[in-house]
Design a protein around this ligand. Structure first.
Ligand SMILES: *[C@@H]1O[C@H](CO)[C@@H](O)[C@H](O)[C@H]1NC(C)=O
Length: 493
């Protein structure tokens, strides 16, 4: 007996369950004992792109399809009705008849699978549309705890009959540009009474009014494609959240016209990314110009005014993250922004095409801020950001910084330009409570450090700031980066 075979059965099963099913099946050819262990493996991971490594088009050949189908059916038959924990099925390369896929899915559902991961995109002219619905058993499983559905075409959350009911489901992850709901969107979440984690990615909404209502939900990631009118589907007109236990919100989509209800009083962390076009940004910057005959989208000030309702809804957060687009959108409602009493950690993003007009008011409304991250110091200069940075001369320069209690400032994506260095000097001067400044250079893409001598000069200046100011200024560069930039510049000299 070899060393592997002498391991206890539970250990062998554990090893088998980490292999792709095909590899595990091959290893079982080695010995009879392995073959019997097969029955006890609690995880199956079937991926048709690994199976036979089919090249493009080759998968259509009927014998490859047949041997793939035979393989899976043999594995399932061999396992009989032994319990299974996890089943992962990727069928995007070799077109398998939907009835066949559904039979496999039903097989594992009957065996009490708790974790199901399906990536099924079989489009084959051989199969008519009729059979592509997911099996009804999936919508009524009493054992599913975790469900992941991926598709590059669409996910049909639909079965002919009554609504879905998944009483044990805790985590649902749908990644598809289209989801067809059975009936109304508002009936979707109530099918999962204990759901804690929901992620919907790449969504193109077909509904005009979205309601997310769940008494159990803790984590919610909504990532729409944010496409404005003119495309196939519009962004939703209204979005409501009735999620009193929500802990984490990760929201990225076009601005909705209204947020009628935002109930998330226990929220700890929020990341808001509004997807807006350059054209809309122009309107945001000159809201009083007449944009009306451009198209009938209406005045952005009116259209985006309700963003403030979302801000009031998330105002209990401790960790808050706004992207550069969101900061521009917020500039329309600076005066009505809520006070974020609990925010200790704030992360803001800079983008050379987006302005920071909202930052002065935002900082004033975070009276207990401890940690500020700025990802990218470069931004579009406007007449109002001077209150925060030193882009333009004005009498009240730096006003919003002097009352800010932040003790740690972290700057990411530093490119080593004079404009950024001046901004750091400005922060050191006006943030009164600052104890530490961490500066992390941008590692990839174009930076000023590629120019000869710049890295050494920037490091000298920052060291000088460290000596002269009362707080610690740390330029975080590892040896690899240092070597790269110093060598690069000596080559060019
Ligand atoms: C939120 O979503 C973004 C974009 O998909 C991702 O990069 C980020 O890691 C997410 N954050 C959290 C806390 O899930």
């Amino acid at each position: 007996m070899d060393r592997v075979s002498s391991l206890p059965e539970t250990v062998l099963c554990h090893i088998l369950s980490f292999l792709f099913t095909k590899d595990a099946a091959l290893s079982s050819v080695l010995s009879k004992r392995w073959l019997n262990l097969w029955k006890l493996v609690p995880n199956l991971d079937i991926d048709d792109s690994i199976f036979l490594h089919p090249e493009k088009g080759k998968g259509k050949r009927s014998e490859i399809r047949q041997s793939f189908v035979d393989f899976v059916e043999r594995v399932l038959a061999f396992q009989g009705d032994s319990p299974i924990e996890k089943f992962s099925l990727k069928s995007t390369t070799i077109p398998v008849h939907p009835d066949c896929l559904n039979r496999w899915i039903c097989n594992v559902l009957q065996r009490g699978v708790s974790d199901l991961d399906l990536f099924i995109d079989c489009t084959d002219d051989d199969f008519n549309e009729e059979g592509k619905d997911l099996p009804k058993e999936l919508f009524l499983s009493k054992t599913l705890v975790k469900l992941r559905l991926r598709s590059e075409i669409c996910v049909d959350w639909y079965y002919r009959g009554r609504g879905a009911s998944l009483p044990m489901l805790k985590s649902l992850d749908i990644d598809s540009s289209l989801i067809f709901f059975n009936g109304e969107m508002k009936d979707f979440l109530p099918s999962f009474p204990v759901l804690e984690e929901l992620s919907m990615t790449n969504m193109e909404w077909r509904e005009m009014d979205i309601t997310m209502s769940s008494a159990s939900l803790r984590r919610l990631s909504l990532h729409g494609t944010g496409c404005e009118g003119g495309k196939r589907f519009q962004s939703p007109k209204s979005v409501s959240f009735d999620t009193p236990r929500l802990f984490l919100l990760n929201y990225s989509d076009a601005v909705a016209e209204d947020y009628p209800l935002v109930n998330m009083e226990n929220l700890f962390q929020a990341r808001i990314n509004y997807i807006v076009t350059d054209k809309v940004i122009k309107q945001v910057r000159a809201p009083n110009d007449d944009w009306s005959d451009d198209d009938d989208e209406g005045n952005v000030v009116l259209r985006f005014g309700n963003v403030v309702k979302l801000m009031y809804g998330i105002q209990n957060v401790q960790n808050l993250y706004f992207t550069a687009n969101t900061l521009e959108v917020l500039s329309l409602c600076c005066e009505s922004m809520p006070v974020f009493y609990n925010v200790k950690f704030l992360e803001l993003e800079g983008d050379e095409g987006r302005g920071w007009q909202a930052i002065p008011d935002l900082l004033r409304n975070c009276p207990n801020l401890e940690y500020l991250v700025i990802e990218g110091l470069l931004h579009y200069v406007t007449d109002k950001c001077g209150d925060f940075c030193d882009c333009i001369a004005r009498a009240d320069k730096g006003r919003s910084l002097t009352s800010c209690p932040v003790t740690t400032l972290e700057i990411r994506g530093f490119k080593g330009t004079m404009r950024e260095i001046n901004m750091i000097r400005h922060f050191l001067r006006y943030f009164r409570c600052l104890e530490e400044v961490w500066i992390l250079p941008k590692e990839d893409g174009h930076t000023n450090f590629e120019n000869p001598g710049v890295f050494e000069l920037v490091e000298k200046i920052l060291n000088l700031y460290d000596e002269l100011s009362s707080c610690d200024v740390v330029f975080v560069v590892d040896n690899h980066m240092r070597r790269k930039w110093i060598e690069q510049s000596s080559l060019q000299v």
